[in-house]
Ligand binder design. Structure first.
Ligand code: NAD
Length: 219
């Protein structure tokens, strides 16, 4: 297996490649060029070639990539066969939507439990996912070997719930709240901020219009 130390930007793109290769595999495609991948995923072909070069000798010049081989390689690399159990804290509007979604497109990530402090929500079952009291956090995390949590509590409760998660042994937090969280250095936090994403999109549309939209604007 290639050196696992690949750049983070590359690591983030690997699941995209994996999902697309799964589709190609499903329709019986045997090989794919970096140009075709680039077109489908809207990623520069040179970036794709560079990403794959970190993984080793995966393709041949003029032939492209063998879909089966690449899929198997990425599956091993991403350990797609292993299911990662995740919990969600704060079963409100956003939390309920994420529980219902439950990453159904991915076979390897599953929200196994929700947690809340609202007595009206504790004991509920949302599309098969039970909602527990925060008092049972540690016990449920241990039962399902959970190391990753999604945080969808109000901003006012973000730091205190994070502290509880850290104490209960969580290692990674996907933070949907606007709070900047203080955590020990061994904890990894990823922030998801839809406002920032939307503003970035609008900025790009204004400043870097795509060829099609330039055409529409002109025509
Ligand atoms: P909500 O009020 O509907 O839900 C919050 C839930 O958290 C409630 O069920 C509440 O009982 C629970 N809760 C409160 N304190 C708790 C605690 N100490 N421990 C466990 N559970 C607790 O809120 P919402 O609209 O679902 O938003 C949730 C969070 O997501 C907010 O911080 C909001 O700002 C954020 N949000 C983020 C984005 C984004 O793009 N990142 C988008 C929308 C909302």
């Amino acid at each position: 297996m290639a050196d696992q130390k690949i750049p983070q930007v590359t690591a983030k793109r690997l699941p995209l490649y994996y999902r697309y290769l799964e589709k190609l595999h499903a329709i019986g495609k045997q090989r794919v060029s970096s140009a075709a991948l680039a077109e489908a995923l809207q990623i520069d072909p040179a970036t794709i070639r560079r990403d794959f070069s970190y993984l080793g000798e995966l393709g041949k010049k003029g032939y492209g990539y063998n879909v089966n081989y690449l899929l198997q390689f990425l599956r091993d690399f991403l350990r797609q066969d292993e299911v990662t159990n995740v919990v969600l804290i704060g079963v409100g509007n956003l939390g309920t939507a994420l529980l219902r979604y439950n990453f159904y497109r991915s076979h390897n990530t599953k929200i196994v439990a929700g947690f809340d402090i609202d007595e009206g929500k504790i004991g509920m079952d949302i599309d098969g996912v039970p909602v527990y009291s925060m008092n049972r956090l540690k016990e449920v995390l241990e039962l399902h070997s959970v190391e990753v949590a999604i945080l969808t509590v109000p901003v006012s409760a973000a730091q205190s719930t994070t502290d509880q998660l850290v104490n209960a042994g969580i290692r990674g937090i996907l933070n949907f709240t606007p709070a900047r969280l203080n955590v020990p250095s061994h904890i990894r936090i990823h922030h998801i901020d839809l406002t920032v994403e939307l503003q970035t999109l609008i900025y790009f549309l204004k400043n870097f219009p795509t060829n099609e939209s330039k055409g529409e604007q002109n025509g």
